[in-house]
Design a protein around this ligand. Structure first.
Ligand code: ACM
Length: 258
């Protein structure tokens, strides 16, 4: 989608209308899907930030999840105890399932948000185990690997990417090296509220555990698309009878990572 900055209600309506009568068990919407991205100040982003799960955006997402009989992952600014986080929620027909606060903040986000302070987590939605990461987290292989080690079969990845192709490439690798499905929902359009205009790169994609691109959307159009997967494909980490993506790890040699 291409949210209109600040038009929260309208952008939520647009997300629901874009899904329309398509069906899926899990929908992934972009990062900051209802507010837009290019905030002018910390005060401005704070004025849009909401409590989770009681704020209006999460409440409406839960309503939509109920009507669609689906789970929805979406990005929004969260206000909690005076801090504002670039967050994502996973909601279902029964309410909030999980929240994530972006751990790796990108560029001016560092001036707008507090860095995420919760561990990467994986939620069992019955059909699959789902982990969340947000946009620039794709640059850090540790994010997807941590979610994989926690049991994720599907990584939901709301995004507002501005660097052409980077995440479309890295997320293929994240899917392949971890043997998981990834679903990147990346917004389209432009925002020019401060200084340089931002051009969002779209090309939302769903990737299989073997790195195959199952869905690739346009760089400019708003669209929702789903693909049928078998999440059990993400349980088998073997590459051949003698190599296993997780079993062959040698953490004793990775100490520099911690
Ligand atoms: C980004 O993390 N929104 C590039």
């Amino acid at each position: 989608m291409s949210p209109r900055f600040g038009a929260v209600e309208e952008n939520i309506d647009c997300a629901i209308a874009t899904i329309g009568n398509k069906t899926s068990d899990l929908w992934v919407l972009p990062e900051l899907f209802a507010t837009g991205y290019q905030f002018k100040s910390r005060e401005e982003v704070r004025s849009f930030a909401e409590a989770i799960p009681d704020g209006p955006t999460t409440t409406r997402l839960i309503g939509a999840a109920r009507s669609l009989d689906a789970f929805i992952c979406a990005g929004l600014p969260e206000l909690d105890r005076g801090n504002v986080y670039n967050a994502a929620v996973l909601v279902g027909p029964d309410g909030l399932v999980a929240r994530y606060r972006k751990i790796h903040l990108f560029f001016h986000e560092k001036e707008m948000f507090s860095p995420g302070d919760l561990p990467f987590s994986v939620a069992d939605i019955g059909l699959a185990k789902v982990g969340m990461m947000i946009c620039f987290d794709h640059f850090f292989p540790e994010a997807a690997r941590t979610l994989t080690l926690a049991g994720a079969q599907v990584i939901a990845h709301p995004a507002n990417l501005v660097m052409p192709l980077y995440a479309q490439l890295t997320m293929r690798t994240r899917a392949l090296e971890n043997g998981v499905f990834t679903a990147t929902a990346n917004r389209v359009g432009e925002e020019a509220r401060t200084g340089a205009a931002l051009h969002f790169t779209g090309e939302s994609q769903i990737v299989s555990p073997s790195g195959e691109i199952l869905v690739s959307l346009s760089p400019t159009e708003e669209k929702a698309e789903a693909v049928e997967i078998d999440p059990r494909d993400a349980l088998n980490k073997a590459l051949n009878p003698l190599n296993d993506r997780l079993g062959d790890r040698r953490p004793e040699f990775y100490q520099a990572l911690c």
